[in-house]
Design a protein around this ligand. Structure first.
Ligand code: MG
Length: 337
């Protein structure tokens, strides 16, 4: 018999989070616990407002969840049951999926990365995200980025070139750019990408709006840099629609409904020769360790949120030589603070 409990957390950000179209100081998170005999599995739903989930929507979803008739070994049936309870609610669904993986790992005495067939020696470098800000704050954030070998820079503002020039005056670290749909039209996007290609930028994420698929196909043909879908690719069924328009996808557990579907997305993306990044929302170490357990199976890793929040209830993962360290402990390897 699996028991379910949950707790709300306003996960506070070190800096107000600014991307091309809004700003906020905290992210609503629901921490989930699944208990079975003496074991507890931890999960998390992180709900940035643009995805439409809230404390209210998650709480309403969780009132529908009843796992008392399931055993943890039936986890695939549980995932199917959870997904069928209501449409949407991707982060709430991910919380259960993550907690189940932590629980199963603990019951069997196996780290999650091993359960998922990941080889820790293949962990990619993780990038550190720099949000849109004034030059002096960007310079301060570049200090925070020192332990990381890559930075991911949010663009889509009026100051895009100034932001990049500020960073380049401080560091020659390779940059991934995330425009968060902010460049408006394909011609402007192409001119920005051509300029960025001269600035040691290696990836462009989500240059245009989700519905600009034809413009994205045009851009893909001409872009000197690979283009990654984030907002355009939430779940497995999105991949077919966008595979002609992007070179790669950014998988996040909070969009994919968790690890089980993320694994299917990895397989599908590989079959279509798409590159894969694994990313995160503002998450505690719980969501980050869950994503990190899959990270050795992908090409790029952007799992930096524990370094950007104030009240993470779990210890920050170890970072060595710019890479996250997977803990050789049963389950996710979380340590409560
Ligand atoms: Mg993004």
């Amino acid at each position: 018999m699996i028991e379910f409990s949950k707790e709300e957390l306003k996960l506070e950000l070190n800096y107000p989070f600014r991307i091309s179209n809004f700003s906020r100081n905290y992210t609503p998170v629901v921490l989930v616990k699944l208990s079975y005999e003496t074991h507890i599995g931890y999960g998390e739903a992180s709900m940035p407002p643009y995805l439409g989930e809230t404390f209210e929507s998650a709480n309403e979803f969780f009132t529908k969840v009843n796992l008392k008739n399931f055993e943890p070994s039936q986890y695939l049936s549980i995932i199917e049951y959870i997904d069928g309870l209501a449409p949407g609610n991707n982060a709430a669904k991910a919380a259960i999926d993550i907690a189940l993986h932590d629980l199963i790992g603990k019951i069997n005495g196996i780290p999650c990365y091993e359960l998922l067939g990941s080889d820790p020696s293949k962990m990619p470098f993780t990038s550190f995200t720099i949000g849109i800000d004034h030059p002096e704050i960007i310079a301060k954030k570049m200090e925070d980025a020192k332990p990381f070998h890559f930075v991911k820079v949010k663009l889509g503002s009026q100051q895009d070139k100034e932001i990049i020039e500020t960073i380049r005056s401080i560091s020659d670290k390779p940059i991934y750019v995330d425009a968060n749909r902010g460049w408006g039209n394909k011609e402007y996007a192409l001119s920005m990408i051509e300029w960025l290609a001269t600035k040691n930028v290696s990836i462009i994420e989500q240059p245009l709006e989700i519905n600009q698929i034809e413009d994205m196909c045009w851009l893909k043909e001409k872009s000197p840099l690979p283009l990654f879908a984030d907002e355009s690719c939430r779940r497995l069924y999105d991949i077919d629609n966008i595979s002609q328009a992007f070179h790669g996808i950014n998988i996040k557990l909070m969009k994919s409904t968790g690890i089980v579907e993320a694994q299917k997305m990895i397989a599908k993306a590989r079959s279509l020769n798409l590159k894969i990044m694994i990313g995160c929302m503002s998450e505690t170490s719980c969501g980050i360790y869950a994503a990190a357990a899959l990270a050795p199976q992908v090409d790029y890793c952007d799992l930096d949120s524990p370094w950007m929040v104030k009240n993470n209830p779990f210890q920050t993962p170890k970072l060595v030589d710019g890479k996250l360290i997977l803990e050789n402990k049963p389950g996710l390897g979380l340590i409560q603070k």
